[in-house]
Write a protein that binds this ligand. Structure first.
Ligand code: ZN
Length: 244
């Protein structure tokens, strides 16, 4: 019997007395394919936060701790569904191919420096966040690495995150480890490891190639088997090893 069905059909009080360890395994449910690729409707918590419950609670605790150290954590992006990611993807695809006259394949390579293929974003999971410090005055794009580096407006915020985020379960995903492939360094993107590790484990069991072949967004007809294989290896799996 699946654990989820089991919990639904068993009274809480009998569970609590008989087999309490069920609750400590709650982080490892069966995730559906739709849930993993951003097509399921999931419960999200917190106005302007939009994370799974446990990630939301930990985020709020981290935000409070940061606040008392002088940083005002601002959520730039959290949960994003498949269709939202598809609109980001298509907008970039059109900009590169039509406005800038690039061929489809180089355009796709350029998109995947920072943006994911719809259905493959960690933002689909309700566990990942893009954050900045709301205190300093900043002009232009906020999600650029230089702003988090020496002399940038988020320099001290990044140092605080280096020191503290993991205490709250939030780990940097796309590190500046020089040998890492896939997405470029994103000092703003953190993942709530207690949920996203089991989700990635479940994701790895999916046939991403077959799932993407069923989709029909601009540029998707150019995805070859080799391209998708490399993408999974580099962009999905070549991340902070603490999140594998
Ligand atoms: Zn992100």
């Amino acid at each position: 019997m699946k654990r989820r069905t089991f919990i639904k059909t068993t009274s809480v009080s009998s569970l609590a007395c008989a087999i309490p360890p069920v609750f400590s395994n709650f982080n490892d449910p069966d995730y559906s394919t739709d849930e993993l690729i951003g097509k399921a409707v999931i419960d999200l918590f917190g106005e302007g936060i939009n994370l799974r419950k446990e990630a939301y609670e930990s985020f709020v605790a981290m935000k409070k701790a940061a606040y008392s150290d002088g940083f005002d954590i601002k959520m730039v992006s959290s949960y994003r569904d498949f269709y939202h990611q598809a609109s980001i993807w298509e907008r970039k695809f059109l900009r590169f191919t039509e406005d800038e006259g690039m061929e489809p394949l180089p355009a796709i390579d350029k998109i995947i420096e920072y943006s994911t293929i719809p259905g493959t974003s960690r933002h689909h999971w309700g566990t990942d966040i893009d954050i900045i410090d709301g205190n300093p005055k900043v002009s232009g794009d906020v999600l650029v690495p230089e702003k988090f580096e020496k002399g940038g407006p988020f320099e001290n915020f990044k140092l605080w995150l280096d020191e503290n985020s993991e205490k709250f379960g939030f780990y940097l995903v796309y590190t500046n480890e020089p040998k890492r492939r896939g997405f470029k360094y994103e000092p703003w993107h953190y993942s709530y490891a207690p949920l996203s590790i089991p989700m990635l484990t479940a994701y790895r069991r999916l046939n991403v190639l077959r799932l993407l072949q069923k989709e029909d967004f601009l540029g998707s007809e150019h995805f070859t088997t080799g391209f998708v294989k490399t993408y999974v290896q580099d962009n999905i799996l070549d991340i902070n090893p603490a999140l594998l």
